[in-house]
Design a protein around this ligand. Structure first.
Ligand SMILES: CC(C)(COP(=O)(O)OP(=O)(O)OC[C@H]1O[C@@H](n2cnc3c(N)ncnc32)[C@H](O)[C@@H]1OP(=O)(O)O)[C@@H](O)C(=O)NCCC(=O)NCCS
Length: 150
């Protein structure tokens, strides 16, 4: 698969149906249309998508600027394209684009049971810290802060 920076574009309204499909198969608590719209309407919220050579959306990241941190709220890759470097490309773009600004780190919280996510961010040199009983939805579960320091 040939992919490069040219395949990465800001998230726009037309991307929402493809994102909703990936949400459904990627998370126990998927975001709905309104969640995505609100995230993009938020004054500090934005998103980045990645498309393959057939212009199919295969991954995205939704993030917020919060003072000196960039907070990743959503990151997912279409199941057919996992382990092909798509997620890495998205996060590396954020690192490259934002490392020169006022930001100190890229930050997110993930479930302690989400091993692919933990291993993925560890591979990108994010540092982990456990937060006890962070999740209290389906069952009580610890969260893990993953943070990349510029
Ligand atoms: C986490 C996620 C975004 C990773 O995306 P991806 O494009 O498959 O990841 P990459 O191909 O860039 O992986 C880079 C490295 O991360 C690690 N990694 C990624 N997925 C892994 C897995 N399932 N198991 C073990 N290591 C994994 C590996 O070191 C991998 O390198 P390798 O394939 O050469 O071994 C993807 O699995 C996903 O969409 N998960 C569901 C949604 C989610 O949990 N999002 C994160 C929380 S917001």
């Amino acid at each position: 698969m040939i992919m490069n920076i040219m395949n990465q574009k800001p998230l726009i309204a037309k991307d929402i149906p493809a994102i909703l499909e990936i949400e459904q198969v990627s998370f126990d608590f998927p975001w709905g249309r309104q969640d995505i719209i609100e995230s993009q309407r938020h004054k500090n919220g934005t998103g980045l998508t990645i498309k393959n050579e057939e212009d199919k959306l295969i991954g995205y990241v939704i993030y917020f600027f919060d003072k000196n941190k960039i907070i990743i709220r959503r990151l997912a890759v279409h199941p057919d394209f996992k382990r092909t470097g798509v997620g890495t490309m998205l996060v590396k773009t954020l690192i490259d684009k934002l490392s020169y600004g006022r930001f100190r780190s890229i930050y997110l919280v993930t479930r302690e049971t989400n091993l692919p996510s933990l291993l993925f961010f560890k591979n990108l040199k994010f540092i982990s810290t456990i937060i006890k009983n962070y999740y209290n939805d389906f069952l009580v579960e610890d969260g893990v802060i993953m943070e990349y320091f510029f």
